[in-house]
Design a protein around this ligand. Sequence first.
Ligand code: F6P
Length: 327
Amino acid sequence: MQKISKIAVLTSGGDAPGMNPCIRAVVRTAIYNGLHVAGVRQGYQGLIDNNMYDMDPRSVSNILNLGGTILKTARCLPFRTDEGMETAYKNLKANGIDGLVVIGGDGTFTGALRFSKKYPDISVIGVPGTIDNDLYGSTYTLGFDTATNTVIEAIDKIRDTADAHDRLFFIEVMGRDSGAIALRAGISCGAEAILLPERDTAIEHLIENLKAGQYNKKSSSIVIVAEGDKRGAYDLAEEVRKQIKFYDIKVTILGHLQRGGSPSAFDRILGSRLGFAAVNALIKGETQKMVGLEANHIKLTDLEEALTQHQFKLEDDLMEMSDILSI
Ligand code: F6P
């Protein structure tokens, strides 16, 4: 078993609320256990540029409540090349680092697994950090809860004005390949329809649904469209406008505001638990694993498996319930 003496921590890909509580947990758990810790700035780019600094317990004071990531993040193309990985490896070795915690989504894990297979003397543990909630091996990913609450707050406000004007709104929420935020927000806000990449909803069906709502004396309607729906909110609104005249139709794209903000209690606790577990896994000699939460227990999943399975499986029962509750 490889004995770890110094670890590095980085955040990569889209930021997610809860990353900072996780960094805090990684740093303090490591130091408590007698390890040294380096914080890597700007994800994998920081490994290539040797942009890292030694951290102590005070480096992570008062960050539990902060959105974003104090380490910054990036989507780093050079790390996908052999040369980029080799430079990163040399920098890690030069800094005496033998363990790495990467916090991010599937792109981050793809890089981590490739790197770790090439350079197995650096142990690697992944922490699921993405608002998309689409990683296998963890019921929840860091940031999903906060982002969903942010979306709900925004949609509640849109509902006020939609109702005041008797309007129909198409609201696009994030989720490149995942309808997780759309489904949760749709149920929470009583959306009249939820369009997701995981399910094909025919435009005719949507129109029937909206007409039924009007027949049932609804004065406003909200259609939530996940970013991954291939038609997009603007095109959908255009199509519907041709066939529905009783509503004035508007489109709102919520965009990156969904990624910001102070992490919820859930994400602070999840970040703390996953960061704590990641360091303990490294100490126990684990590598090429992701730490996740299943049935409220920490679980380790092979990174390989986490990447080949797709986590967000549409819960048909929730969709059916949402349709019934929004009549
Ligand atoms: O992966 C998280 C996510 O917020 C996706 O939902 C979204 O499609 C993507 O990141 C946006 O990425 P960027 O900030 O690079 O535009």
